[in-house]
Ligand binder design. Structure first.
Ligand code: G4P
Length: 529
């Protein structure tokens, strides 16, 4: 297979959902179709159960498991599928945001009874900002849930999407009989009462054919005809270009647990989902089929064994091929590095791999050279865009609780921040360090890891911040900016990249500041045009 074909057959995507909507179950069913696992239940559940949210030891254990499921790859109908794991737990939302910079498309799973939930809204917003192609899978149709049309409305309104159903349920819950596949024009029926097996796939391109009544019964046939007519009248026809541009989102219905509607989803997915796309760097747009290798680090995973402080850096290949033992340029360090044992991921296994293609993820052993967002190239200076930091939700001063171990503490903090566990801000006024996290849980994780991996002790102190806002550098020289800096001195800090950040202590003070200093541009993410 030549280079171009290798690129063309790759599909790298993420599955996103609110916890419990069925992401893990769907992933597992996709792996079953790909023959990557033999039985259901084989994928370890890497989600952090609700019960464990205050138990950080449990999180540490889960962290180990999730290395294995960070990337799940398999072959289906000759397509190489890479599923990137996205933690559903909201305390780890930032991990998920970063992973979304490495996917070429996503599947959003929604629970038919619960509809659009909070976490889904946030994640889809990030996808929309980047025009990532989205397919929606409405799950748990074997249960009573919301009316299909109401749900489609909800998806459009709450998620700001423009949907078009490519399958439609025949009944729901107790009366769930099967799925009409609008994309392929056929009917899939459940067998028996168990709703466990697909009885038949019946080609059926004309629902007005009276045979429909014989197959699904009079009532269901009438309802289906009516529904499909409505679908045709209300929703636009599927347009692949619009989907690829992030302007239209096809919807599938099914039940992941019962393996129903999943094949339809997967078959359509491999047909329409994009192969690796070009990626924008600060310097230029880089095409996947360029000869020279380039890639970027979107995730760093610490080793579970505290005695070995090495980590695994996950690199998404953007262009060219990544080869074992070949020297590449680490752009930030301006240093050549080579890797004797890059890992590729297959189903749940890691394997040393000689060559990887655009769209693939390689895991590189790292002793502290990588930060999230780092670029690797053949020689060119490239800085990939699209890995911003978002304002953390919780802020605390971090203090050294063991003066003899300050070196270890700072090294530990530094490395944990490189991994993206949390964000560090240094106050301009007095140099004190403030840690910002998405969830309260990370404070415990940091304290625990500093102690166990670095032999350092820390304590925290409250620091009330409503939001961190990044200050646009162009404005730094104006009189207004000088005034802003003088008055707000107490609330200014520098982040890890050296960018100036305003830590607003309330929504009110943020608004007042914006009104008073209109030329000082405040941004809610660290990356802006
Ligand atoms: P998540 O990764 O999105 O958090 O969800 P997960 O797949 O773990 O699914 C959450 C729960 O929903 C699981 O039940 C799972 O069995 C169930 N589920 C998934 N798909 C379907 C479906 O199509 N129909 C029905 N009825 N249930 C579904 P659980 O009891 O929380 O966990 P478990 O003990 O079954 O693993």
């Amino acid at each position: 297979m030549d280079f171009q074909e290798e690129i063309f057959r790759r599909r790298t995507f993420g599955i996103i959902s609110h916890p419990d909507a069925g992401k893990t179950t769907l992933t597992e069913k996709l792996l079953l179709f790909g023959g990557a696992i033999q039985e259901a239940g084989a994928v370890k559940n890497n989600k952090i159960k609700k019960a464990a949210t205050s138990d950080f030891m449990e999180i540490e254990r889960q962290r180990g498991i999730s290395v294995a499921t960070s990337v799940l790859a398999f072959i289906y109908k000759d397509k190489k599928i890479n599923i990137l794991d996205t933690p559903g737990h909201k305390d780890f939302a930032e991990d998920t945001f970063r992973t979304l910079t490495a996917v070429d498309s996503v599947i959003v799973v929604i629970d038919v009874a619960k509809g659009v939930e909070e976490q889904t809204e946030k994640l889809v917003e990030v996808c929309r900002m980047r025009n990532i192609p989205i397919i929606v899978f409405i799950n748990k149709l074997d249960r009573e849930g919301k009316d299909a049309f109401d749900l489609l409305d909800e998806v459009e309104q709450k998620l700001g999407l423009s949907v078009t159903p490519l399958s439609f349920p025949i009944g729901m819950g107790y009366d769930f009989k099967g799925i009409y596949n609008i994309y392929e024009k056929n009917i899939n029926l459940f067998s028996g009462d168990s709703k466990k097996d697909i009885e038949d796939t019946i080609a059926f391109d004309d629902v007005s054919n009276p045979e429909l009544e014989t197959i699904i019964g009079l009532e269901a046939a009438e309802a289906l005809r009516e529904n499909l007519e409505l679908v045709e009248g209300v929703y636009p026809a599927f347009d692949k270009e619009k989907y690829l541009g992030g302007h239209q989102q096809p919807v599938f219905f099914g039940s992941a647990l019962n393996n129903f509607g999943v094949r339809e989803l997967l078959d359509c997915f491999i047909n329409i989902a994009p192969s690796p796309k070009p990626k924008m760097a600060d310097e230029r747009l880089v095409e996947a089929n360029e000869k020279n290798f380039s890639g970027f680090v979107f995730k760093i995973h610490a080793n579970m064994d505290p005695k070995h402080r090495d980590r695994l850096a996950f690199v998404k290949i953007v262009s060219g091929t990544f080869e074992r033992n070949k020297p590449y340029l680490h752009v930030r360090l301006n240093k050549k590095v080579k890797f004797s044992s890059p890992n590729a991921f297959f189903a749940e296994k890691k394997e040393i791999v000689d060559i990887s293609y655009p769209g693939d993820i390689v895991g590189l052993h790292d002793t502290g050279n990588f930060k999230i967002g780092d670029s690797l190239t053949e020689n060119e200076i490239l800085h990939y865009k699209g890995i911003p930091s978002f304002s953390p939700e919780h802020f605390r001063y971090i203090n050294n609780a063991d003066p003899m171990k300050s070196k270890q503490l700072y090294k530990g903090i530094d490395q944990l921040m490189d991994e993206g566990v949390a964000q560090l801000f240094t106050l301009e006024l007095n140099g004190r360090k403030v840690i910002g996290t998405v969830g309260a849980l990370q404070f415990e994780v940091i304290q625990y890891r500093l102690e166990h991996e670095y032999g350092a002790k820390c304590s925290y102190e409250n620091f009330p911040v409503h939001k961190a806002c990044w200050v646009q550098p162009e404005e730094l020289q104006s009189e207004e900016f000088k005034e802003f800096k003088r008055v707000k001195q107490k609330f200014l800090a520098i982040d890890k990249r050296g960018q100036l950040v305003f830590l607003a202590d309330s929504q009110f003070s943020l608004q007042m500041t914006q009104q008073k200093y209109p030329s000082v541009q405040l941004h809610f993410t660290s990356e802006f045009e």
